[in-house]
Design a protein. Structure first.
Length: 277
């Protein structure tokens, strides 16, 4: 029996994209978009599904009323069990660029998640391995339930995976050990290492992720988009170079009305009224 249901379905209005998506859907509610991956039984991905994820994250935050995104997955067994090996074995890209560079779609998908203009909160349950782990690592914040386990198990199936994504979650030396052995890190270890924000009960996962997203969505939409871009541009840089870029982004934000409104609301002890200007 396949597992196709989530414990809690996200509320909201259906979001449409530039083309129909078979395994990815999205809804918008209160400024928070929830993107759901659904490819039973364990949300393993083929190239077509990876492309759908990329489309969703490239387009979801184009409207200004989208202020944060939750990335979740259907079922209770897995957030994403990595690449569908059976599908990939018989799959060939239809365009020449894809045939020359088979990894292009995966890279573009991870980049679309990472560079989504607004913060992305991953709501992770069950296993997230290989491509699933890389998708989670590409998000801004991770909320997990107690069943969550992440890793790069490609060595077990004759592949090599994304240790560059894994080291963001667990650090250099633990990532090397996990990459060589195919071991998984559970939610408690990830919490100790600061990779995830909180662990919740399985039935509370989507609610907790949406609550965090709602807190983010209440901030200045312009401020948050500039903050996201600033964080991404400074990742991995030395402190002096990074801080110089951050100062430039601060100066940009101060040209907007929202910056002055944030300061005024703080001093007047009231809720800010954002104008997107």
């Amino acid at each position: 029996m396949t597992d196709t249901t989530t414990a809690v379905e996200a509320p909201g209005e259906q979001i449409t994209f530039s083309e129909p998506l078979q395994h990815v859907s999205a809804v918008l509610d209160g400024g928070v978009a929830t993107i759901t991956l659904s490819r039973p039984p364990v949300n393993a991905v083929d190239m077509a599904t990876m492309r759908e994820i990329g489309i969703a994250f490239s387009e979801v935050a184009v409207p200004a009323d989208v202020r944060a995104v939750v990335f979740t997955a259907a079922g209770t067994k897995a957030f994403c069990a990595g690449a569908d090996l059976r599908a990939f074995a018989g799959e060939q890209s239809v365009d020449l660029a894809g045939r020359i560079d088979e990894g292009r779609i995966a890279r573009e998908t991870f980049s679309a998640v990472r560079n989504c203009p607004v913060p992305v909160i991953a709501a992770v349950h069950g296993v997230a391995v290989g491509a699933g782990m890389a998708l989670v690592s590409s998000c801004d914040v991770i909320v997990a339930d107690a069943t969550a386990r992440l890793g790069a198990t490609e060595i077990n199936v004759g592949l090599l995976g994304a240790v560059s994504h894994l080291r963001k979650l667990v650090g250099e030396y633990r990532a090397r050990q996990m990459f060589y052995t195919g071991e998984l890190a559970d939610a408690q270890e990830l919490l100790r290492r600061g990779a995830i924000a909180q662990i919740v009960e399985p039935g509370d996962l989507l609610t907790a992720a949406r609550q965090l997203a709602g807190t983010i969505a209440a901030k200045s939409p312009i401020g948050m988009r500039l903050a996201k871009e600033s964080i991404n541009r400074t990742e991995g840089l030395d402190v002096e170079t990074a801080y110089r870029i951050e100062q430039d982004y601060t100066a940009r934000l101060r040209t907007f009305t929202d910056s002055r409104e944030a300061a005024a609301a703080f001093m007047e002890k009231r809720e800010p009224r954002w104008t997107l200007g």
